[in-house]
Design a protein around this ligand. Sequence first.
Ligand SMILES: Nc1ncnc2c1ncn2[C@@H]1O[C@H](COP(=O)(O)OP(=O)(O)OP(=O)(O)O)[C@@H](O)[C@H]1O
Length: 433
Amino acid sequence: MTESAGPSVSLKLVVLVAILVVSALLILLLIFFLCFRKTRNLAAKHSSGSIPLVSKEITMVKASDPKKMEEAEVKVEIGGAQHHQSSELVSGEDPDIGWGRWYTIWEVELATHGFAEGNVIGEGGYAVVYRGILHDASVVAVKNLLNNKGQAEKEFKVEVEAIGKVRHKNLVRLVGYCAEGARRMLVYEYVDNGNLEQWLHGDVGPVSPLTWDIRMRIAIGTAKGLAYLHEGLEPKVVHRDIKSSNILLDKNWNAKVSDFGLAKLLGSEKSHVTTRVMGTFGYVAPEYASSGMLNERSDVYSFGVLLMEIITGRSPIDYSRPPGEMNLVDWFKAMVASRRSEELVDPLIEIPPPPRSLKRVLLICLRCIDMDVVKRPKMGQIIHMLETDDFPFRSELRSVREKDPVPSHADVSIKVPYPPTKHAETVEKSRWR
Ligand SMILES: Nc1ncnc2c1ncn2[C@@H]1O[C@H](COP(=O)(O)OP(=O)(O)OP(=O)(O)O)[C@@H](O)[C@H]1O
């Protein structure tokens, strides 16, 4: 008996030791994997240190009461736009949602290292944005929405699916989402060079890296993204929150419009919708602010303010400036009217723009903020104006000065030619992509 029990006991021992060794190895592997991820996250964070921080004084103020946002129109990404143009599915994506992936909370937590403080890349009024690395090593931005109480599960999914289908090189791409329990998260492509607000108003030293040409590239890219929302989708999408912090930049200074949380859909049969006023103080079109009447020309107004900001390097509202200069739009119009256009250019731009180019862009700004909504150009026309060099600016500028020697907010209406024919418009459209 004793003899036969001997080998069986030692076999059990060997098996036990083997199990212990394998378990120890697995634990070691797991620890190594977690440390490796942490190092990569920290390295990535460190490498983005070149993006300037925006000074605290320049924070923008939301026009609406954040508490009321909880009720209905909450900060949840997007509305049900259907594609006009190409919206093919990308191969390998989850067929369940058609365009991207539905991530589990576990995947998102793993990607952001448990929503680590060190991975925070931005904080808006209604969300915290984290940098994350997915299991396939792709880098993403995870937007963790804070106010989602009023948002039903189904509605959330429908809306997210709609924006998920939108693909354009100048619109930030939604790669998926996470909806578990009350938690709502959006997973975007990571745009690696900060946002325009940081580059315009952050501490960049005595010379801005944003040359005139780069600024124009950013303006044109933004205009193309907006033109696609307004003219390439049915129903069209009105963004409603165009501002510099929502223009993300990549290392080649390509602009990507982001943050569709306030966007509204507008069917082709409707000239406008009446809605609660949302947006950011300083960028909101006056007619929308006063009556709630919204259409895509409200975005055009905001784009005009953004263009002024790009030219001047000044924030739309800046209380640290003298009284006549606090409101960018008013100051801008006064400067043009008194023939001081050259002084409008951001002093941090080392090589001033060619006068012809400057005048062209100034006029586009003024057209965009026309108090008469229907006189504002469409985004497609703005692209044309920004890209065309033979712009007949002289007579236009003269008419601004004659019409508005001491401009008020209400009466600047400048004639700037549209692209001549419908055909020209169609041709331009194909170039937005
Ligand atoms: N896809 C992304 N890639 C890289 N950074 C991003 C991305 N999305 C957002 N961010 C960063 O996170 C910041 C916060 O984004 P978010 O859209 O929540 O807020 P905001 O636009 O600054 O403010 P608010 O939402 O209150 O208008 C952005 O300004 C940007 O710097």
